[in-house]
Design a protein around this ligand. Structure first.
Ligand code: MET
Ligand SMILES: [Zn+2]
Length: 777
């Protein structure tokens, strides 16, 4: 039995934004200057106290480090940057409290661009990317962690501070602009590990018994070093940190969430740390090492936190299956702790808040609070024996059976339609034939267009909210939207764009809009999940077989088309993105669910075309995001995701031009998949990277239409004609003019009208300038 033992129930982290997004409101009020730092800190403190009390109430032991302190004002990677003192030199002139520096890094200010943000592993959460170079200063700053430890102790709770681990931290960092040629942040590992050692000593001195260090880099094949190298780095680092005697440092729980660590697990268990967590939802048990006894040997002095409760979805855990996994470990002689697969920051707070949800559906769900209770139940079973929790196991079984048999979960007609899908259904006519058939659209070289949404003004939001609450009737709302569409169409004509859009004023969100109109989805009231900083989204729940009772967008698109001679694009969100930004049923492969969504969209395209629309854009910004971290699973993913997009779009006749739009990530590494979508035109985010994507596309010999964004819509800045023309020229150097489209990076919904109109006018002039130069040449 290990000398330092974690209680048998734990979680890796808990949502920190507050049940009613209290932290968001407090932080934003501080940013506005409506409250001061002391007020913000007081609100945050109350929120933490309520969270800790709640976790104890839900069954986590108050003593022994079972409860993680996963609080963050903004982002856990940014917290690590502060704890390591790794403030980039370009922020060195900022004065004020730690919190002033912290938010300056997060959001920038008048004189500083913020740290870049990017997606955290394969989640929809964004972290602030550390900027490291040869001269980045490092020095331990444990004050925030120590303060919270003491605060919890006052409440009678022994918390476990949580840190992003050194290997993951550096592998997720980028080299700063000042870094020398060939410098890699991971080159600074030795310096950083020395600071972690100091942090650990400070935490022990402050009374921390346990610390949690997260190393999700262990499960990813998408980093700059191979997984084997990551493991070797982790071994080196934890040999060093582990060599500090416990007492001078807290006992260490090393975690590997978000994926499969089974191949590395025995080696992790052999490290001189006191506990290791494995994600047993995304990952699996190392069967061979378990059978041979090698796993038990590696874990002889180490506890294994079995991440059997899913921290990524909102479904009630199959307790019997989870318990069986944990029991196998225990029966193999391994000191087993029940845990979650990852930090619960990716799920909403509490199902009990969803009073408007159908009661039967609600009984199938588990948000963070329910998951914590499940962990506690399983842990009780582990210590007292299965019989002690048999009532809970039996109840779960009954509820899962109810879910499986409930109306709407499996609908024969939908299933037989999916079963009948053939390879043919995913193929459009040959490219050349499509090109010929689309000539009638009259699209010029370097055609100009936008990505779909126009600014969502306060007026639009107000009308939508009033309509939602029933304060204005259907007819009034419809009239409002029609007026808005007409305004946007006239504006685009005046600006001189070639292919128009209706502006998406009717959409609250590009996924939720469709979720509300499709059968098989439910929408929550308080199911907020942090997306980054103070931003949260409310993913819909895809619980049943998906079908489309009525057309979803035809009314708006056909009205827009009726107003103009120029082509108007129909606008749909693609099947992969709909799945990526929802909580999706876990009782069948994603590929099956994707086919159902794809067929619903296919019918929508049919209806759009019947109503006179000849260009349809199907957005897939999340295509890259769902790419599995595990290389072995990537091909299968790309196969079904590309297949779903093709199923959605391939019903269109050759004369219908299909567009898609990709943004938010680097698509260079999945260029074959982008090609595989077989869209006639693909718009892609590119302005900020100065057209980086053009090179892989050029090398690939991409033959269809492509619109690398020339206007960065992430800031209110108005890009000049010359600036946009220059980006068009960069693209034109690699891609023939007849393939090239000119468009912004993404939708304009977050922008204001003044800057949008000015920027789009410049965009049209830029395209014109480059066209004229080509004619003269
Ligand atoms: C995140 S991609 C957004 C695409 C959508 N059509 C829009 O313009 O807003
Ligand atoms: Zn976009």
């Amino acid at each position: 039995m290990p000398a330092h033992t974690l209680p048998t129930a734990t979680i890796l982290g808990y949502p920190r934004i507050g049940r009613r997004r209290e932290l968001k409101r407090a932080v934003e009020s501080y940013w506005r200057g409506a409250s001061d730092e002391a007020e913000l800190r007081a609100t945050a403190k109350d929120l933490r106290a309520a969270t800790l009390a709640r976790l104890v109430e839900l069954g986590l032991p108050a003593e022994g480090g079972a409860i993680p302190d996963s609080f963050s004002f903004y982002d856990q990677v940014l917290d690590a940057t502060l704890a390591l003192g790794a403030i980039p030199e370009r922020f060195a002139d900022i004065s004020g409290s730690d919190l002033v520096t912290y938010f300056a890094l997060a959001r920038g200010d008048r004189d500083h661009q913020p740290l870049e943000m990017t997606k955290w592993f394969d989640t929809n959460y964004h972290y602030s990317v550390p900027e490291i170079d040869e001269r980045t200063p490092f020095g331990a700053n444990a004050s925030a962690l120590v303060e919270r430890l003491a605060e919890a102790a006052d409440q009678g709770i022994e918390t476990r501070p949580v840190l992003v681990g050194p290997v993951t931290y550096l592998l997720l960092a980028k080299a700063s602009d000042e870094a020398g040629e060939g410098f890699r942040p991971i080159d600074r590992l030795a310096d950083v590990v020395a600071v972690y050692a100091e942090l650990l000593r400070a935490l022990a001195a402050a009374g921390a018994q346990w610390v949690q260090i997260d190393e999700p880099a262990l499960v990813s094949d998408s980093l700059s070093v191979s997984r084997e190298e990551t493991l070797a780095l982790v071994e080196r680092v934890y040999a060093e940190l582990g060599a500090i005697p416990v007492g001078e440092r807290p006992a260490i729980l090393l975690t590997a969430p978000y994926g499969d660590s089974s191949a590395a697990l025995a080696r992790l268990g052999a490290l001189p740390v006191e506990a290791v967590q494995a994600d047993l939802v995304r990952g699996s048990l190392p069967e061979d090492a378990l059978a041979s006894g090698a796993l038990a040997e590696a874990f002889a002095d180490t506890q294994l936190v079995a991440g059997v409760v899913d921290g990524r979805n909102i479904w009630r855990t199959d307790l019997r299956a989870a318990f069986a996994t944990a029991e196998r470990l225990k029966n193999a002689g391994i000191a087993t702790v029940i845990g979650t697969s990852n930090n619960l920051q990716h799920v909403p707070h509490d199902v009990a808040d969803e009073t408007k949800l159908d009661a039967r559906l609600r009984s199938w769900l588990a948000f963070a609070d329910q998951k914590v209770a499940q962990v506690a139940t399983l842990a009780r079973g582990l210590s007292e024996g299965a019989a002690a929790i048999e009532p809970e196991l039996a109840e779960t079984e009954r509820i899962l059976a109810d879910r499986a048999a409930a109306p709407g979960v499996r609908i024969d007609g939908i299933r037989s339609r999916v079963d009948a899908v053939t390879a043919e259904d995913r193929n459009r006519a040959a490219e050349g034939d499509r090109r010929d058939a689309q000539r009638g659209l009259g699209i010029p070289e370097l055609a100009t267009t936008t990505i779909g949404s126009f600014p969502q003004t306060a007026e639009i939001r107000k009308a939508r909210a009033a309509h939602g609450k029933g304060e204005i009737d259907e007819e009034t709302y419809e009239g409002f939207l029609r007026a808005e569409i007409e305004r946007v169409i006239r504006l685009q004509e005046e600006i001189g764009l070639d292919v128009l859009v209706h502006g998406e004023a009717e959409r609250n969100d590009m996924v939720q809009y469709f979720a509300e109109l499709l059968d098989g989805f439910a929408v929550t009231e308080h199911g907020w999940v942090q997306s980054y900083g103070t931003r949260a989204t409310r993913p819909s729940i895809l619980w049943g077989d998906v079908s489309r009772p009525n057309p979803m967008t035809v009314r708006w698109s056909s009205y827009a088309q009726s107003l103009t001679e120029r082509p108007v694009k129909g606008m749909l969100t693609g099947p992969v993105t709909i799945l990526a930004w929802s909580f999706v049923r876990d009782d069948q492969p994603l590929s099956d669910t994707a086919s159902q969504v794809a067929l619903a969209l296919r019918d929508e395209i049919d209806d759009l075309v019947d109503a006179g629309i000849s260009i349809v854009q199907v957005d897939e910004p999340a295509l890259r995001e769902l790419l599995p971290l595990d290389r072995d699973r990537q091909a299968a993913y790309l196969d079904w995701s590309v297949g779903a997009f093709r199923l959605a779009t391939a019903g269109a006749a050759p004369g219908v031009q299909i567009h898609t739009h990709l943004c938010y990530s680097e698509f260079g590494e999945i260029i074959d998949a982008v090609d595989g979508l077989d869209a006639d035109v693909t718009s892609i985010e590119a302005a900020r990277s100065r057209m980086d994507v053009v090179e892989p596309l050029g090398d690939h010999g991409y033959s269809r239409g492509i619109g690398p964004g020339v206007y960065d819509i992430h800031s209110p800045r108005i890009p000049s004609v010359e600036e946009q023309a220059e980006l068009i020229r960069i693209a034109a150097a690699r891609i023939p003019g007849e393939q090239l489209w000119v468009n912004p990076d993404c939708g304009l919904k977050t922008r204001g009208y003044d800057e949008t109109v000015a920027s789009l006018k410049n965009l049209v002039s830029a395209a014109q300038t480059v066209r004229e130069a080509a004619v003269r040449a």
